[in-house]
Design a protein around this ligand. Structure first.
Ligand code: PPS
Length: 359
């Protein structure tokens, strides 16, 4: 991509991670702003990688990269909609609530397993300012006494979360601290792209901070062009796949977690060293099943009209949509499916990764 030649003309910035951040301009920006009305302060792209973010990413990018990790941290990583919330709840239950008697289980998920870069995603004119009485801000005040929200509500919650800390991120490995897999443990979960894109389309319509206004066909085109926030699906996956033999990274698939749940929980138990009994593992499986998590939507999906387009939620469902493998079937026109299959084939070509339940 002829990036270097054009950067002088553009609004650029160098990041601690070594990336050049470029603000989108002209037609490209106009198209994004028309279709994604949540990104009201502009959009940036990071090179190399073409990682895409709302421009509020600028404010915190170096802090994410320089985030101080601790040896007993567990960091949960996925591309959006590949099951992090499920993983969050599994990890937290394994580490802090295997007997299902921890009263903190009723606390909002962000107060237990904070989301590293969520501050980047929340600054939008579509979201009313979150007042000091909102449970999120109450949780922040409790976890981060004396800290200023302007310096990152979620970032500081990650920093000051009770140890051992578990937190999540959708950032690709090159944007995260270089010592991540030396200092701490990480779990990366992959999900087949056809289900991930159906889920992300729904997410982008229900959440005001994305507020996608286009059709499913247009959304898929954004995805295929690597023009969705968080950027290239394949590169994200590839960066983690390269590290799959690193003893501090556990690489897993949404589809396996769904189809062989107990087997996958046992692998996680081994990786974490939590040494859970069968009864405790059964507790985790039950408590983190789709039905149980959906029933706790108010805690896990943070369903309030501050964040959600309530009319779409009422019509098409909320955060816990289907939780299925292969739900994409019947959602694509034959032409769109053929386009996606071509894209998948091209990208899988030199990869070596296998989605064994099909893509
Ligand atoms: S986000 O918003 O990017 O953090 O979304 P993320 O949590 O990564 O992914 C959301 C999808 O995971 C599904 N989900 C589950 N599936 C099965 N079992 C359980 N317990 C579960 N919890 C969440 C959720 O429903 C989203 O997928 P779709 O296909 O939209 O249902």
């Amino acid at each position: 991509m002829p990036f270097l030649g054009c950067c002088k003309k553009r609004n650029t910035m160098s990041l601690a991670s070594g990336h050049n951040l470029v603000s989108l301009e002209g037609e490209e920006l106009a198209r994004q702003e028309r279709d994604w009305q949540g990104y009201s302060e502009g959009i940036v792209r990071l090179h190399p990688g073409r990682w895409l973010f709302p421009s509020t990413f600028k404010r915190f990018a170096d802090e994410y990269y320089n985030f101080k990790l601790k040896p007993d941290d567990v960091v949960l990583l996925t591309w959006p909609k590949c099951g992090t919330t499920w993983l969050q709840e599994i990890m937290w239950t394994m580490r802090y609530n295997p007997d299902l008697n921890n009263p903190m289980a009723a606390a909002p998920v962000n107060a237990r397993v904070p989301f590293l870069e969520m501050d980047t995603l929340l600054k939008t004119k579509n979201i009313d300012p979150i007042g000091p009485d909102h449970p999120l801000m109450q949780g922040f005040k409790k976890m981060c006494p004396g800290r200023e929200p302007e310096n990152g509500v979620f970032l500081q919650m990650c920093e000051l979360a009770p140890e051992p800390r578990t937190f999540k991120s959708h950032l690709a490995l090159p944007l995260l601290p270089t010592d991540l897999l030396k200092t701490s443990k990480a779990v990366y979960m992959a999900r087949n792209p056809k289900d991930a894109v159906v889920s992300f389309f729904h997410h982008s319509r229900i959440f005001k901070n994305h507020d996608f206004k286009g059709t499913f066909e247009e959304f898929v085109q954004y995805f295929l062009d690597d023009d969705c926030v968080y950027g290239p699906y394949w590169l994200h996956l590839k960066e983690a796949w390269k590290q799959r033999k690193n003893p501090n990274l556990h690489f897993m698939f949404f589809e396996d977690l769904k189809n062989n749940n107990m087997e996958e929980l046992k692998k996680l138990d081994k990786f974490l060293g939590t040494n859970l009994s069968q009864e405790q593992l059964d507790n985790v499986a039950h408590y983190t099943s789709f039905a149980e998590m959906k029933a706790r939507d108010a805690v896990l999906g943070a369903g309030s009209e501050i964040f959600f387009n309530v009319d779409i939620v009422q019509k098409d469902g909320g955060f816990f949509r289907q939780g299925k493998v292969g739900d994409w079937k019947g959602k694509y026109t034959p032409e769109l499916e053929a386009k996606m299959d071509k894209w998948i084939k091209k990208n899988l070509g030199d990869f070596g990764i296998e989605f064994k339940y099909g893509v």
